[in-house]
Write a protein that binds this ligand. Structure first.
Ligand SMILES: [Zn+2]
Length: 245
């Protein structure tokens, strides 16, 4: 079964969600903060194959109410999600000003991940040293979503037991780093994700859930495997982390 471990179903129009969602696949849909926790939980409640990740995305730390972490904890008590996500650190120029707030909010969520034994879906841009230090302290299970890093850096995440989330960025012919991660670590280290609708295939106008098919084909080609083996190995990896049931 194809498992999309990182998508944003609430960002699709109801029409494209209806057209694109496939009952034979699983989706772990992300939230970004208090603004969409209910929408994401409802999507999970109305679709048997949709699973929810709740959390505060680093881009949204400044716009959260002061009690956002305790609100999140209350939700975890009421109706435990499959994972915490999308959480992490983003120290790129557009978001570096909130670095202290990001570190505070991210660490608070790692504490929750530990307390509730929940896996995490991680966003990390230009903050690997800080991220790795926190992961070593809290040791969550999880996935580094859309990791674009050297094999040396990726190895440190893998040594912590995390998987690498690969999306359709790997389809691009010039995406050497993404190709290298696949060829160096193999499908054993990977889970699939669409990150729909945020990532757009070369030549396309928008991102879709079914772009994951092109990602599977590219991973199969890079690793000399059949598509079906890529699907079953990555499903196994995703199941080990997220325990879908
Ligand atoms: Zn995302």
């Amino acid at each position: 079964m194809i498992v999309d471990t990182h998508c944003h179903l609430d960002m699709l129009t109801p029409l494209s969600l209806h057209a694109e969602i496939d009952s034979a696949r699983r989706y772990l849909t992300m939230s970004t903060g208090v603004q969409n926790w209910h929408t994401v939980s409802n999507l999970c409640g109305t679709h048997a194959n949709v699973f929810a990740a709740l959390g505060i995305h680093p881009w949204f730390v400044a716009s959260q109410p002061a009690d956002a972490i305790s609100s999140l904890q209350r939700l975890l008590d009421q109706n435990r999600p499959t994972a915490l996500g999308e959480i992490g650190l983003d120290f790129s120029s557009a978001h570096i000003a909130q670095r202290h707030e990001q570190l505070r909010v991210f660490e608070a969520q790692l504490v929750l991940a530990k307390e509730y034994a929940l896996p995490v879906s991680l966003h990390v841009i230009k903050a690997h040293a800080q991220m790795l230090a926190l992961l070593k302290r809290y040791r969550p299970a999880g996935v580094v979503h859309s990791l674009g890093a050297s094999t040396e850096l990726a190895q440190q995440y893998i040594d912590l037991g995390l998987k690498i989330g690969v999306n359709s960025l790997v389809v691009r012919d010039n995406a050497r780093r993404y190709h290298q991660l696949v060829t160096h670590f193999g499908v054993e280290a990977i889970v699939l994700e669409s990150d729909a609708p945020n990532i757009v295939l070369p030549g396309a106008k928008s991102g879709h859930l079914y772009d994951i098919d092109a990602t599977i084909a590219r991973i199969a080609q890079l690793s000399g495997m059949h598509n079906d083996d890529v699907i079953s190995l990555t499903e196994h990896n995703a199941q080990q982390i997220f325990h879908f049931s």
